[in-house]
Design a protein around this ligand. Structure first.
Ligand SMILES: [Zn+2]
Ligand SMILES: [Zn+2]
Length: 416
């Protein structure tokens, strides 16, 4: 479920309403084309409806939307997650945001916000609470009572959207009140160890959607974190609070009928204790029906993971087929003339899938079951690759690997 964010155009002050995932917009009053970016996580707040003279205190909630992959002995199952969780250890406050974000528009928090903002605990410290809540709901327990061996081996979480949403409260006559409903909290919620210190490297920026090199209008889908300049053939990523030029590859193809390009992350990693350094290692690991050629020892092994959101089972399947295919790609300085699909999944999130991907590729699966406890994966190199697909009425198809993705599924993925 996407929420709406309301803001004032930083150029003219006109009201703008955006989808949560939207990064690129044109102001309908002054026609500015702007791209929104943040260093660190995006931060929003729910503005109070009531007027109060008291100082507002903003309580942080982590919002997480993505999916979990639960790797079990027999197979891996996936589930979509759309949840929020109180980001501080303070008693008395609601444990989640509830349904407020669906009915009230959020506003961006800007670094000059004057209200008291309590800093959330790092997401890593909140994740176990979310995990156990989800496992309980799913009846998955690592120490299942009825089984001698646990069925759940590992869980990974791929967060397509992670942000902080603040709820306003205020203190009057020693009672903490919710500044939206004006109801008092039970118990005194503000006794505890909290920090009001804001992170110094955090910021929200609105950048003109123009090529920093040549000034041409950047092109890209509304929700994409990568934009392109068709004038000087460059790609720009905004995942770290500013536009940074990124190198890009094009996957090799012999097919000329391709009209649309899907973005992938091509990752090279150091893996132990299994050996997966080159194409020959992969043939052994995945038991591929190929007669090994000695020169394949020189072809470095890469993981291939979509850089766009899609339903989790499909995400895992596409990653498996693309990784087993070990397509070639070459760095280029000219953008393809076809359409380029949106990039919505940062490479750090894509790398969270790698352990589940190894389980999907291993033949037999037991290879991974025997060693998963010692498994270490360090990503050492990341490339952004545009992979050409053929387009039919309902389907995008990659000619070489046979990967087929229905257009409906791709569109649906953008609203996950
Ligand atoms: Zn404007
Ligand atoms: Zn340019």
């Amino acid at each position: 479920m996407n929420f709406k964010v309301s803001l004032e155009c930083p150029q003219c002050g006109g009201p703008v309403e955006l989808e949560e995932t939207q990064r690129l917009f044109t102001c309908q009053y002054c026609r500015s084309r702007l791209h929104i970016t943040a260093s660190g996580d995006f931060r929003y707040w729910l503005a109070p409806k009531i007027k109060t003279k008291e100082e507002l205190i903003l309580i942080p909630y982590w919002r997480f939307r993505g999916f979990s992959l639960n790797i079990k002995r027999g197979k891996t199952s996936a589930r979509l997650i759309d949840t929020s969780c109180l980001g501080v250890s303070l008693k008395g406050f609601p444990v989640s945001l509830g349904i407020r974000t669906q009915s009230l528009p959020l506003k961006y928090i800007t670094p000059d916000m004057s209200h008291f903002m309590i800093e959330p605990l790092p997401f890593k410290e909140i994740l176990p609470a979310i995990q156990s809540r989800l496992n309980e709901a799913e009846n998955l327990s690592v120490q299942s009572v009825n089984e001698k061996t646990p069925s759940l081996l590992l869980s990974s979480y791929i967060g397509e959207t992670r942000s902080i949403v603040y709820q306003p409260f205020y203190l009057k006559d020693g009672i903490v009140r919710d500044a939206i409903t004006n109801t008092p909290l039970h118990g005194n919620g503000l006794s505890g160890n909290v920090s009001f210190k804001r992170p110094h490297d955090w910021g929200l920026r609105f950048i003109a959607a123009q090529c920093p090199d040549c000034g041409w209008d950047l092109e890209g889908e509304q929700d994409s974190m990568v934009l392109f300049c068709r004038n000087c053939n460059t790609a720009w990523s905004s995942s770290e609070g500013m536009l940074r030029k990124i190198n890009f590859h094009i996957a090799e193809t012999d097919d000329t009928g391709c009209s649309i390009y899907l973005p992938f992350w091509k990752l090279r990693a150091r893996i132990s204790p299994i050996r997966l350094e080159n194409f020959l290692d992969l043939i052994r690991f995945a038991n591929l029906p190929k007669v090994p050629r000695p020169e394949w020892a020189k072809r470095a092994f890469h993981f291939w993971v979509p850089a766009f959101k899609i339903q989790p089972e499909k995400f895992l399947e596409i990653s498996r087929i693309a990784t087993l295919a070990q397509m070639g790609s070459r760095e280029t300085t000219s953008l393809p003339s076809g359409k380029i699909f949106t990039t919505t999944l940062p490479s750090q999130e894509a790398s969270e899938i790698l352990s589940a991907l190894l389980f999907e590729m291993a033949r037999p699966r037991k290879t991974m079951i025997d060693c998963y406890e010692k498994l270490k994966i360090d990503v050492i190199d990341t490339a952004y690759v545009l992979v050409p697909f053929e387009e039919t009425t309902y389907l995008l198809r990659h000619p070489k690997t046979g990967i087929g993705i229905s257009k409906g599924l791709l569109q649906y993925g953008r609203y996950l």
